[in-house]
Ligand binder design. Structure first.
Ligand SMILES: Nc1ncnc2c1ncn2[C@@H]1O[C@H](COP(=O)(O)OP(=O)(O)OP(=O)(O)O)[C@@H](O)[C@H]1O
Ligand SMILES: [Mg+2]
Length: 304
């Protein structure tokens, strides 16, 4: 079953699309099968990879005219493309029954085929983004390490909390990605410190440095690993992907442990007091024990 990750920040130009493309490509480098979904009417992801207008884009699929038709960009690397038509979708779909779950039902038949599905969200918190959130396990928030990086983050948190409460219990903030980082700039370093203070261990250790090759790659219609595999951009995204893999594996393992842990705690509570032989391992709080350190916490306190 694929890990579904949405890259979300309603602030524009923070590195959502760059991260979606290069996290996708990095995971493929690590031997994973990846589907990228361009859910932005600007279609920046589609254009940046040089994919021509497809007969079926996410727009037609959301309208119920077709199932998803992924385009094979490279071996193990598929893309569901977008088009400008999608800009009308929010209005068109507003009266559709189950409008928040259109994407989730489109994913169902293909979710087993991929290790990761990465969704590039538009810079808004409308119906398209809502569909991304109901379909995802994790939200990753890219934050540009500049002044006002955290502006609007409280709003993102509010939306995620509401979606988790009402529509998708599996959803959590799986990571925060510091982008366009320049270690020579005091401001950048200060902003990273602030981000780390707010988000704690959810901030990925790997920071994506400001790197000209990352900005050039879309003009060459390539991901960074095809364009300049030795650039800092490629190194950073590959390192980030290793962290992502670890976090997702840990989350999946914790999920698998859950029924077992619950069973153990039931047995533990059924045992009459004093009936356990000496030296029996402590069966109390198995959930905690089963939870690897890298497992992200369930909620984020944005206020320290
Ligand atoms: N690490 C980086 N180093 C240099 N340039 C970068 C880096 N990351 C992104 N960029 C550039 O910054 C610009 C904005 O990035 P991107 O399009 O990924 O942001 P976005 O959040 O998807 O924007 P939008 O909200 O409009 O969808 C692009 O021109 C991109 O090439
Ligand atoms: Mg974008």
């Amino acid at each position: 079953m694929a890990h579904v990750i949405s890259l979300l920040n309603h602030k524009g130009g923070v590195g959502k699309t760059t991260s979606a493309i290069n996290i996708g490509a990095g995971l493929v480098e690590l031997g994973k099968k990846v589907l990228l979904l361009d859910l932005d009417p600007q279609a920046n992801l589609t254009v940046s990879l040089g994919i021509q207008r497809q007969p079926v884009t996410i727009y037609e699929s959301l309208r119920g005219e077709s199932e998803l038709v992924p385009f094979q960009y490279k071996p193990n690397f598929d893309v569901v493309t977008s088009s400008l038509d999608l800009s009308g979708a929010e209005m068109e779909l507003v009266n559709e029954p189950g409008r928040e779950f259109l994407l989730r039902s489109l994913f169902e038949p293909i979710q087993e085929e991929y290790d990761y599905i990465i969704i590039d969200c538009p810079p808004s918190l409308g119906l398209l983004t809502l569909n991304a959130l109901t379909s995802s396990n994790f939200v990753y928030i890219p934050l540009q390490t500049e002044f006002l990086a955290l502006q609007g983050v409280a709003k993102i948190k509010q939306v995620i909390d509401k979606v988790r409460f009402r529509l998708n219990k599996k959803l959590s903030v799986g990571g925060v990605i510091a982008t366009m980082f320049d270690s020579r700039k005091v401001l950048n370093r200060d902003v990273v410190a602030t981000i780390q203070k707010y988000f704690g261990e959810r901030v990925f250790e790997t920071m994506i440095r400001n790197n000209v090759a990352l900005a050039e790659a879309p003009a060459q219609r390539m991901d960074i690993f095809s364009y300049q595999p030795k650039s800092n951009g490629a190194l950073d995204y590959l390192k980030l992907c290793k962290e992502i893999e670890q976090r997702c594996d840990a989350a999946a393992a914790a999920e698998q442990e859950k029924p077992q842990a619950q069973k153990l705690s039931t047995i533990a509570t059924r045992q009459p007091m004093g009936s356990m032989p000496q030296g029996t391992p402590d069966l109390v709080a198995p959930k905690q024990a089963a939870r690897p350190q890298t497992q992200p916490r369930q909620t984020v306190d944005l206020h320290g």
